[in-house]
Design a protein around this ligand. Sequence first.
Ligand code: NAD
Ligand code: LMR
Length: 447
Amino acid sequence: MREKSAICIAGGGSTFTPGIVLMLVENQDRFPISKITLYDNNAERQDKLAEACAIMLKEKAPEIEFNWTTDPETAFTGIDFVMAHIRVGLYAMRELDEKIPLKYGVVGQETCGPGGMAYGMRSIGPVIEILDYMEKYSPNAWMLNYSNPAAIVAEATRRLRPGHRIINICDMPVGLETNMCSIIKDETGRELTRNDMEIRYYGLNHFGWWTQIQDKEGNDLMPILKKHISEMGYANNSPEFQHRDPSWVETYTKAKDVYALDPETVPNTYLKYYLYPDFVVEHSDPNYTRANEVMDGREKTVFGQAKAIVENGTSKGNEFAVGVHASFIVDLACALKFNTHERMLLIVPNEGAIENFDPTAMVEIPCLVGSNGPEPLKIGDIPTFQRGLMTEQVCVEKLVVEAWIEHSYQKMWQAITLSKTVPSGKVAKQILDELIEANKDFWPELK
Ligand code: NAD
Ligand code: LMR
């Protein structure tokens, strides 16, 4: 019988919380749980989801103790893992992150470009606060952080809390690998899961490339994927793809042009924001962005389901959906708890894994994960194109963190100017000044 874990989910009011709770329930055999506590600083938002989760848990796993709270000591005492997915400023601020740059003809996106930097400046302090609570009340616990923007948050924790028990993760490669399985099915009829593939990948968060994808027998799957991606990007016939929101359909399809720039590798979709920013801006509606799509879609759906569960007193007929990233989080928790040495893509300090790249950069690369944490695998040298792009982007991320630490207007202006998504220092300044005004309740005062 495997030892049980006590979990705190930070960002209890997140649209992803019910899916994570359900995923934990469904994985009891490999990752048994004694207790789940939700923690949020917004009691009203959290209550709505927590009351529904309580009903669902009573029906599906009454043996799990379930609580929710806004008190850090209650939340973080006696736990083994914090699973953190906070969104500082909620969707209202995401909307501004997207719409302010777009006013100036610049990409408006949750994690890429000036919007991502604005979100980073909001997220650094609260993520570190949660890490500190965890270390105060449960010093041996691990924090699995998937609060965005993961690249900036990861760099901030490297700088401000080096060596601490936090692992930064992202579901984007997991989602794309699942999608690759659908492509292989479309192209060959063969049914694979993500875990049947052996991959090599390197990059920064939301900014990377696959260099190898093969099955467990060593057969190269790259030629099938490359042919498909060169013709139609990541678009495919799976129900999962067909039900994607319009903005995601466009992102998956645009991967065709991202791929064309380097046919040696298979790209992460978010590279479109850096390599084709003009296309992205032309295809954005400055009055209705991804934040609006999510508020009208996932947020309404999840909170609507929760309301129905509470009103009906049962979760029957209102099952929450489990996202792709949920299983990845359980895999990671299992690897840490049971020393499985599973191979996973994580955001870790480079420290020589990519030889011809900044050793202090936070990179996304395969690691073996055991009870002592991640051991990064060696990547070797990367080509000039990728090294150039990554060098620019990692400096943007470092400048944002320096701006936050030093309260430096100059560094934030440099960061925005340096981003590949921004045309000039003039436009960067206009965007920055408007972002400062919009974020005055969240950012440190820049001098
Ligand atoms: P959401 O707005 O629905 O939920 C976020 C919750 O965090 C809210 O309830 C909010 O009150 C809470 N929160 C904000 N600041 C807090 C603080 N200081 N302390 C405690 N709680 C706080 O957002 P969402 O769309 O569900 O996304 C949540 C996060 O997960 C985002 O950062 C999103 O980008 C991220 N995400 C990451 C991945 C990944 O794989 N890396 C995948 C999906 C979503
Ligand atoms: C997206 O825009 O799809 C991601 O940021 C996650 C989400 O749905 O909010």
